[in-house]
Design a protein around this ligand. Sequence first.
Ligand code: NAD
Length: 301
Amino acid sequence: MNQVAFIGLGNMGSPMAANLIKAGCTLRVFDLNQVAMATLAKLGATACESIEQAVQGVDTVITMLPAGEHVRSVYLGDHQGNAGLLTLLAPKTLLIDSSTIDPQSAKTVAAEAQKQGLEFVDAPVSGGVAGAQAGTLTFIVGGTQAAFDKAQIILQYMGKNIFHAGGAGDGQMAKICNNLMLGILMSGTCEALSLGIDNGLDPKVLSNIMLQSSGRNWALELYNPCPGVMENAPASKQYQPGFTSRLMVKDLGLGLDAASQSHSSVPMGALARNLFAFHNAAGNSELDFSSLFQFYAKQTR
Ligand code: NAD
């Protein structure tokens, strides 16, 4: 099981695909971005001109696309006459979508795949670009036990922790809960650091104190949003993504949509979504999401 088509070679997909090549998989790749394909071709992948070409002869397809509309059109086809990839595959081909999308789209694709005799799992990831490069991603999988068992064999080349969240769409639901929390934690981390700086504290010293105290969290520990505190964080590289602020607004929106369907209260998530949306409207959507730190700096300094 190592003839793989990889579709979507962005910030996450490119390093994930590179790890599959390192693990000895034969890779056929497709992206709308020619530069991304050329980079993977140099590592040994076959760059393809279309999805149809990319999926020829493969036993596994992995997609890493921005949002639900891209996933639905790639798998199910679109109104411009492009056939969905579900119609192009041999029975029993394993389909893994690692994009973060709404659970309903994942369930729809899974049901359509089943009708064609194909196995589909939603397998969104956590761990960011650094985790994708290091092959230490967390995969959060939704699908049947049989499909999960099969998917695990290939996911282990790209990740360290592989969880079976439940049936189709449940991987997405768990991922959405995680990112709702991440958006809230990043906002809070930006806010606390800005408050300290405005009151004369050194952000490095303050970060170290909070890392050993009850404010410790993933954003503070691995992704400090204040420039100069953490050498390899996007904040110290002019907020080059990483995970764009655009995608964070998408994920917080998925959380709000899910909450409205389940009649859940998500006031913190709603506030975080509005903060990031406001930040994006000021022209920051393609910066890393930790650039929200600048929103606080602009307000107070
Ligand atoms: P990205 O925007 O960098 O990459 C998406 C890629 O998909 C682009 O290269 C784009 O050209 C390609 N694409 C779009 N439509 C296509 C189509 N029809 N056919 C082929 N290629 C197409 O996004 P990313 O940061 O790599 O994120 C991908 C997914 O992973 C998103 O759903 C995101 O929410 C999720 N995610 C991202 C991170 C992160 O840190 N960046 C972390 C966890 C999860």
